[in-house]
Design a protein around this ligand. Structure first.
Ligand SMILES: Cc1ncc(COP(=O)(O)O)c(C=O)c1O
Length: 365
């Protein structure tokens, strides 16, 4: 008998989340002395804005106290920002936590969760943790196929997760496609829009999902401070929903799930959206640069509405990810997602990092 035999049977086969390779791990493994550039985790390449840094420093003198469990001030400020009531906001330890809590609160037994695949790695994990069936609907041309997702909804379906834009393919579904789905779904089926990359979107026909809330109490919108706000390390995300969803989520969360440093940083970041918009513009310019250069090298690159690109190399480049790593550039292999043996996802970095990545790639392809 091993300890693993004692584990709950439905949890034994859970495959833990595989993050992008950390810089220090690559340095240790390959004994790389020089510069390492990590473009593997869709992080913001810049540190948080000065006001958020300052708020973090000021908050340090208070961390002998427990944080505000209900994130009162941040809920009020987010509600104002989005034009909803504060009781429609739920704050989580990253939007990942909210996905987990949603499943924990609403899905169990013979219920099913429908989501697209390939999509965000966390969806199969939270489904397995709850011991419920995942129904994975294949993408079509790297995009979510909403009609097929609708067709996959059965009487057992409790939750549909729409990753928009989709990680790892970077594509989006439009307002008209989303409206059709939401109108057509049974009211007993919750639909969660995971919009971690929302702030990067440039497409004019991207859906305004918070707008759906007044008419559709089954809609939940997930957003995060991890991406555009550069706060991935403090872990803070939030959802917008009907207040009853918030009541349910509050029943299943830890008492102090969001630390005080994260709350202070998020409040400061929210007050300076003007600075964030500058970063959105730079991301788009750099995204376009990297996309065009990849295409010149023969890569297939689906159109992106995010801070990353999916790159499918031309034939004959089977060692490309490994070779990039040898040269100190970390991208995210897409083989585990079934997106091709040598495909990878690359995050938009600083202008310097992006040019270094492209120059290195030119030597290799
Ligand atoms: C689609 C998607 N949702 C959620 C997250 C996680 O966000 P958070 O850091 O808020 O947990 C990510 C992060 O990579 C993501 O790509």
């Amino acid at each position: 008998m091993s300890i693993v035999d004692l584990m709950q049977p439905h949890l034994k086969n859970v495959k833990p989340y595989v993050p992008g390779k950390p810089i220090e791990e690559l340095r240790r493994e390959r004994n790389i002395q020089g510069e390492i550039i990590k473009l593997a985790s869709n992080e913001n390449p810049y540190e948080p804005i000065e006001e958020a840094r300052q708020a973090i420093i000021e908050e340090l003198s208070e961390i002998n106290r427990y944080p505000d469990s209900g994130c009162y001030n941040l809920c009020i400020e987010l509600a104002k920002h989005h034009g909803v009531n504060p009781n429609q906001i739920f704050i989580g330890n990253g939007s990942n936590e909210i996905l987990d809590l949603l499943v924990r609160a609403f899905v169990g037994g013979s219920d099913e969760i429908v989501y697209a695949w390939p999509s965000f790695q966390v969806y199969p994990i939270v489904s397995q943790l709850a011991g419920v069936k995942s129904v994975q609907v294949p993408l079509k041309d790297y995009r979510l196929d909403l009609p097929s997702m609708r067709a996959a909804v059965t009487r057992e379906t409790k939750l549909v997760i729409i990753c928009n834009p989709n990680n790892p393919t970077s594509t989006y579904v439009s307002k008209s496609e989303v409206d059709l789905l939401v109108e057509d779904l049974p009211k007993e089926v919750l639909v969660a829009f995971d919009e971690a990359y929302y702030e990067y979107v440039a497409a004019a026909d991207f859906p305004d999902t918070p707008d759906l809330l007044s008419k559709h109490p089954n809609v939940i919108v997930l957003r995060t401070f991890s991406k555009i706000h550069s706060l991935a390390g403090v872990r803070i995300g939030y959802s917008l929903s009907h207040e009853d969803v918030v009541t349910c989520l509050n029943k299943v969360r830890q008492p102090f799930n969001v630390n005080s440093i994260a709350q202070a940083a998020a409040r400061a970041a929210l007050k300076h959206m003007d600075k964030i918009r500058v970063r959105v513009k730079e991301n788009r310019d750099e995204l376009d640069f990297v996309r065009v250069e990849l295409q010149k090298l023969g890569f297939v690159v689906p159109p992106s509405q995010t801070n990353f690109l999916l790159a499918v190399p031309p034939p004959g480049n089977s060692a490309i990810i490994e070779q990039l790593m040898q040269k100190g550039i970390i991208v995210r292999p897409m083989k585990p997602f079934g997106l091709g043996e040598d495909s990878f996802r690359v995050t938009v970095g600083t202008p310097y990092e992006n040019r270094k990545f492209i120059e290195t790639l030119k030597e290799l392809v």
